[in-house]
Every structure is written in structure tokens, then in C-alpha cells.
Design a protein around this ligand. Structure first.
Ligand code: AMP
Length: 170
């Protein structure tokens, strides 16, 4: 099955000059959803992953499905102020300005094996901040999985030394 056929390209969203890869059309397609989750999860079957960390918000959809498939739990990483219990924060640079992500302080136990999942790897800033959150809590990062990797933005360079899996490349 060609997953790329089901991904919608939206020019100039959320701002002029950005080509947005919209996965809602893929998620809507029953076999598309199933195939995407299978291809995301396959390297991690039997890898002893304790928890999948999904990045708000499309990483929640994909991450929870991957977690269920490989027999792991699920941990949300969210924008500041959304998590109800005590959380730790990581601030990271955007092209213009800064952003931040949070994880519950008790979400990862020391030495637990963690996989990070998101929909798109672009510049890698979001994923690199999430790696920091996992490490701050003492988690053992097994790797990162993305449905889409935007090769020209070279997000992998921000994740040097990590195992990175992407299903589709543009
Ligand atoms: P980055 O930190 O630059 O790697 O950006 C990654 C985050 O932004 C991911 O959570 C993506 O969902 C989102 N993102 C960045 N660029 C795009 C794009 N062209 N299309 C869809 N989502 C994107």
C-alpha cells in the first residue's frame, strides 16, 4: 500500500511558505491507518520497550496505537500548562522565538526503555527537546520513530547518536 497517496499536502499552512503534511486523510482511511501503525511499530516488536512517549498532538494518536501494538504503556508530552500533576519542562529554540514541552515528573522510572513517536521530523527541535525530557527523568532512550521525515531540513543532525526510524521520506 502506498501511504503517500493518502497524505494531503496543504501549501502555506500554518503560515506562508510552509508545506503542511496533513495526515488526517491517512488516519481516515482504515487500511491506511492500520498500515501506518504497522510500519511505524515493526522495528520495536520484541525490543522490550516499556513506554512510548507521544508528542502533542498528532504524536498522541500514532504513539498510543504503536504502544498498544508493541505491548508498552503511553506517556504524553504536552505544551506547557496542560498536564495536571507535577511536570518538568524543556525550553527549545524555534526559528523565531522559543517554545517549551512538559512531561509528568513521575512518568518514567529510572532505566525504563523508552521510544519517542511523532508524525513529522522537520528541524528536529521538538524531538530533541523530548529526548532531553526523557533523559532528565532517567529513562533509557531506545529510539525515535516518525511517520514522515523531511530530509532537506536535516532533523537527524539534532538527533545524532540516536536510532531514528522514519516510514516515509520527502
Ligand atoms: P521540528 O521541531 O521542526 O522537527 O517540527 C516538528 C513538529 O512540527 C512536529 O510535531 C510536526 O507535527 C510539526 N511539523 C513541522 N513541520 C511540519 C510540516 N511541514 N507538516 C506537518 N507538520 C509539521
Amino acid at each position: 500500500m502506498d501511504l503517500k497517496e493518502h497524505i494531503r499536502h496543504v501549501p502555506d499552512f500554518p503560515k506562508p511558505g510552509i508545506l503542511f503534511y496533513d495526515i488526517t486523510t491517512l488516519l481516515r482511511h482504515p487500511l491506511g491507518l492500520k498500515t501506518a501503525i504497522e510500519r511505524l511499530a515493526v522495528p520495536y516488536v520484541g525490543a522490550g520497550i516499556d513506554a512510548v512517549v507521544g508528542i502533542e498532538s498528532r504524536g498522541f494518536i500514532l504513539g498510543a496505537a504503536v504502544a498498544e501494538r508493541i505491548g508498552a504503556g503511553f506517556i504524553p508530552v504536552r505544551k506547557p500548562g496542560k498536564l495536571p500533576a507535577r511536570a518538568i519542562k524543556e525550553v527549545y529554540d524555534l526559528e523565531y522565538g522559543k517554545d517549551a514541552l512538559e512531561i509528568h515528573a513521575d512518568a518514567v522510572e529510572k532505566g525504563e526503555r523508552v521510544l519517542i513517536v511523532d508524525d513529522v521530523l522537520a528541524t528536529g527541535g521538538t524531538a530533541a527537546a523530548t529526548v532531553q525530557l526523557v533523559r532528565k527523568l532517567g529513562g533509557e532512550l531506545y529510539g525515535l520513530a516518525f511517520l514522515i521525515e523531511l530530509i532537506a531540513l536535516n532533523g537527524k543532525s539534532r538527533l545524532a547518536g540516536e536510532r531514528v526510524h522514519s516510514v516515509l521520506q520527502y
